[in-house]
Design a protein around this ligand. Structure first.
Ligand SMILES: [Cu+2]
Length: 495
């Protein structure tokens, strides 16, 4: 935490107190009252100031059996740092977006209005949807247009998210604030047993390592990160964490945190400051087989995890921020203090012993398909092809067959680390550098770190949603790498 604090203060007022910082947030909050997607709940900024704000849960409408969620992306301004106004963008508000909550089996439509002055594509990260509704680069729509993907939710309970996927400008659009959480609920025994009251004991925690220039401008190109006066605040649910962590009172004594690393490229490792274990219940795409004690939760850019914490005493969470591209150095920051509520003694029931049943894929008969992450000069690519145009990506698309089980060997042949993401279906990790996974790495995922020189084998089945026309994507989730071409099309052809 001390690593980045001096940088923050170098562009704020030296010695500015937390109270002063909070007053700034109060101004921002009251100016946004009524319209803010970040529902800084009433009194948040006024009273205890550094309380964790919880993104608003978007209320859908019903239209002929379809549950409709309306989102509008637009530019705004937001105070990421004290007394500094940053140009931002958000869905239904100035920064980030409301949480969308859907249920397995539900027919839903997302009506997304592009209120920007440029193209926008919006991807439902981790959602199993038909390719034309997936929101990859091919689905971009222009200013003033409304995109209306409609599909039936067809997956287990999971913590997903939504963010831009616009050709060449994804990093900028996400950095400016266009991101939100997408929660899938289901009727499983695990879902019934785990905390599920949004904002009370089921809480989104959107973590972002953000780069802010001395003029307040949000930076997204690593080349600019060495500029004098840059600050790299850790932003949690839209609020920069200053020298004190934000606070959240666990009124029921137990809280389920849905952790999302929405950083452009940084890897975040969340742990308890007291050295205690965290109980992880879900990876990105589903519950784990059983609640699993972990010392830390390591999330590459784009990844999520769910943990349950019994808050019997003050518990501080911190994160290691590992530099992605061009950031000066790694840092550590405490970001959230969980406080026991007055009724904290009541809820001490054991978590269910079993949450899910994950059948491991047998891939012994499969030859791996090699997906190489490549770099030539400044151009990043997949299998040597830089996916900076649709033409290049479509000419070199990865083609799989509906129903097929695929084994992929993702090989990092570039000199830097990457975060590999596949659209459409979740995968199982088969091996990392030849080693089979253990613990939480046995869970379903859609994003995985592939370090310099690493070979990561993953397996997935392309169960349905075949198309000869529309494609999904696979790419590095370090958004700048994706914009520089480490991305290609993925087509699931009918059998
Ligand atoms: Cu990358």
């Amino acid at each position: 935490m001390d690593d980045i604090a001096p940088l923050v203060h170098s562009i704020g007022k030296p010695g500015m107190s937390r109270r002063r910082f909070i007053a700034g947030m109060a101004t921002a909050a009251s100016a946004l009252a009524g319209a803010s997607a970040l529902a800084l709940s009433e009194g948040t900024a006024r009273a205890a100031g550094n309380r964790l704000p919880v993104p608003e849960l978007l209320v859908p409408t019903q239209q002929g059996g379809v549950t409709v969620f309306a989102l509008r992306a637009a530019r705004a301004t937001w105070q990421l740092l004290p007394d500094v106004t940053s140009g931002s963008a958000g869905f239904n508000g100035p920064y980030l977006g409301p949480t969308l909550r859907v249920r397995n089996g539900q027919r839903v439509r997302f009506e997304v209005t592009n209120g920007l002055d440029e193209d926008l594509a919006v991807h439902w990260h981790g959602a199993h949807v038909p390719p034309q509704d997936d929101g990859g680069v091919h689905a971009a729509f222009g200013p003033g247009q409304v995109w209306k993907p409609e599909f039936t939710v067809k997956q287990q309970a999971a913590t997903l998210w939504y963010h831009p996927h616009t050709m060449g400008i994804t990093a900028r659009q996400i950095a400016q604030g266009l991101a939100g959480m997408l929660i899938v609920q289901d009727d499983s025994a695990a879902s019934r047993a785990l905390p599920g009251t949004y904002g009370t004991d089921d809480v989104p925690v959107i973590l972002q390592s953000v780069a802010v220039g001395p003029d307040g401008g949000i930076r997204y190109e690593s080349g600019s990160f060495s500029e004098p006066g840059m600050a790299f605040p850790l932003v949690v649910n839209g609020v920069a964490v200053d020298d004190e962590p934000l606070t959240f009172t666990a009124s029921t004594g137990r809280v389920r945190l849905r952790l999302l690393n929405a950083s452009l490229s940084e890897t975040l490792t969340v742990r308890r400051m007291d050295g205690g274990k965290l109980t992880q219940v879900a990876t990105e795409s589903a519950f784990l087989n059983r609640p699993t004690q972990v010392a830390a939760v390591r999330m590459p850019a784009g990844a999520r995890a769910e943990v349950v914490v019994d808050v019997t005493r003050e518990t501080v969470l911190e994160t290691m921020v590992e530099t992605g591209v061009g950031r000066r150095r790694d840092s550590r920051q405490s970001f959230l203090t969980l406080l026991p509520g007055s009724g904290g003694g009541g809820r001490r029931t054991a978590l269910p012993a079993r949450l899910n049943t994950i059948h491991r894929y047998d891939v012994s008969h499969l030859r791996p398909r090699v997906i190489a992450l490549t770099e030539n000069g400044g151009m990043l690519g997949i299998n040597g092809v830089s996916g900076t145009t649709m033409k290049a990506m479509d000419a070199h698309e990865i083609v799989v067959r509906e129903g097929d089980l695929e084994l992929w060997e993702v090989v990092n042949r570039s000199p830097r680390n990457h975060s590999f993401h596949v659209h459409d279906v979740p995968f199982q990790v088969i091996s990392v550098n030849g080693r089979p996974p253990t613990g939480v790495d046995l869970g379903w995922r859609d994003t995985i770190a592939v370090h310099r020189g690493a070979r990561v084998r993953i397996a997935m089945r392309f169960t349905d949603y075949a198309s000869d026309k529309y494609t999904y994507m696979l790419h590095c989730h370090m958004a700048e790498h994706e914009d520089l071409g480490m991305m290609t099309s993925l087509k699931v052809r009918p059998r």
